[in-house]
Design a protein around this ligand. Structure first.
Ligand code: AMP
Length: 285
C-alpha cells in the first residue's frame, strides 16, 4: 500500500492507474477503522477497483469541540488493517493540506434545504456543510469512479447523493451504499464505540434493539406512541439522553404520520451513553 500525505503525491499514483484504465474506488473515513470501514474497502476491491481510502478527521464537520478533541485516533493500527485488506492507497493529509492558509471557513453554503434541518442536521448545526466541504475537496482531488459509503450514516449518504448532483464535475461518480456492519450484540460498529466502557458497550446494544422494536410494532402503535415508548426504553437501558427517534420517509427523511406499504420508511435514532453520541437506523420495509 502506498501512503500519500500530499495531494500531489496521491494524484500522481491515482492518475497512473487511470491511464492504464483501472477504475478507482474511494472510501473516505475519519480513521479508527473497524469492520464497517473494512466492508467498504472490501466491496471496492471485490468490484475490481484500485482502492483508495482517506483518513482525515475533518475539523469543519464537528459542531462540538470536545467531540473533535476526543475523536479516537489509531493510525498505526489503521495502516496495518488497510495493508491486511489490500487497500492500494491511503491518503493521509494534514489539516493544512486540506485547508491551506487556515481556510477552514466555507465561502458559500451548500443548498441542502430540508436535509440539513432535520435529525443530524437539526442536532448538529453546520455538520453537513462541513461534510460537503471536505467530501467535495476529496472527490475533486481523487475523482474516483466509485464512492463507497455506509448505511449507518444514512442521512450523510443522502447529503452526498445531493452533492454529486449539485457539482456537475462530480456527477459521473457512482455512489454505493453498503449495509451497516454490527457487533454480535447488534450495536452498529462505530469509531466512537471505543470511548465506551465494557459495561456501556453492552448497554449500548439497546439502541439497535429499540429500532428492532419499532419495526416489530409498527402496526400495533401509533408513531408518536412508538417514539415515546422507545425513548423510555433507551433511558431505562442506560442512555442519558435521546436526541431523536424518528420514523421518516426514506427518500426525504421527513417524519411521517403512518407507514404506507408502498412508501419506503426508515427509523433513525441518536442518543447519548457515557457522554458519547451514537446514531443508528433501520429500514422498515
Ligand atoms: P467515518 O470514519 O465514521 O467517517 O465513516 C467512514 C465511512 O464508513 C462512512 O461512509 C460510514 O457510513 C461508514 N461506516 C461507519 N460505520 C459503519 C458500519 N458500522 N457499517 C458500515 N459502514 C460504516
Amino acid at each position: 500500500m502506498v501512503i500519500c500525505k500530499s495531494i500531489v503525491a496521491s494524484q500522481e499514483v491515482i492518475n497512473t492507474q487511470k491511464q492504464t484504465n483501472h477504475t478507482i474506488g474511494f472510501v473516505p473515513s475519519m480513521g479508527a477503522l473497524h469492520e464497517g470501514h473494512i466492508a467498504l474497502i472490501t466491496a471496492s476491491k471485490q468490484a475490481g477497483n484500485f482502492t483508495v481510502c482517506s483518513i482525515f478527521v475533518n475539523p469543519t464537520q464537528f459542531n462540538n469541540q470536545e467531540d473533535f478533541e476526543k475523536y479516537p485516533v489509531s493510525i498505526e493500527a489503521d495502516i496495518a488493517l488497510l495493508i491486511h485488506y489490500r487497500c492500494d492507497v491511503l491518503f493521509l493529509p494534514s489539516v493544512s493540506e486540506m485547508y491551506p492558509n487556515n481556510g477552514l471557513k466555507l465561502t458559500k453554503p451548500y443548498p441542502l434545504s430540508a436535509l440539513e434541518n432535520v435529525l443530524e442536521g437539526q442536532y448538529r448545526p453546520g455538520h453537513f456543510q462541513g461534510v460537503c466541504q471536505i467530501v467535495e475537496r476529496l472527490l475533486t482531488i481523487i475523482h474516483p469512479h466509485h464512492l463507497y459509503m455506509g448505511s449507518k450514516d444514512y442521512q450523510q449518504f443522502m447529503v452526498i447523493s445531493f452533492l454529486l448532483q449539485f457539482n456537475p464535475a462530480l456527477s459521473t461518480i457512482q455512489l454505493h451504499l453498503q449495509p451497516t456492519v454490527r457487533e454480535q450484540s447488534g450495536l452498529a460498529m462505530s469509531s466512537r464505540n471505543r470511548r465506551l466502557s465494557d459495561e456501556n458497550l453492552k448497554k449500548a446494544a439497546a439502541l439497535y434493539q429499540s429500532l428492532l422494536f419499532v419495526k416489530a410494532h409498527i402496526l400495533q402503535f401509533t408513531i408518536p406512541e412508538l417514539e415515546h415508548l422507545v425513548t423510555q426504553m433507551l433511558l431505562k437501558a442506560g442512555f442519558e439522553k435521546v436526541d431523536y427517534i424518528s420514523i421518516a420517509d426514506a427518500n426525504t427523511l421527513m417524519s411521517i404520520a403512518s407507514v404506507q406499504p408502498n412508501q419506503p420508511a426508515v427509523v433513525l435514532a441518536a442518543a447519548y451513553i457515557q457522554g458519547v453520541r451514537l446514531i443508528d437506523n433501520l429500514m422498515l420495509n
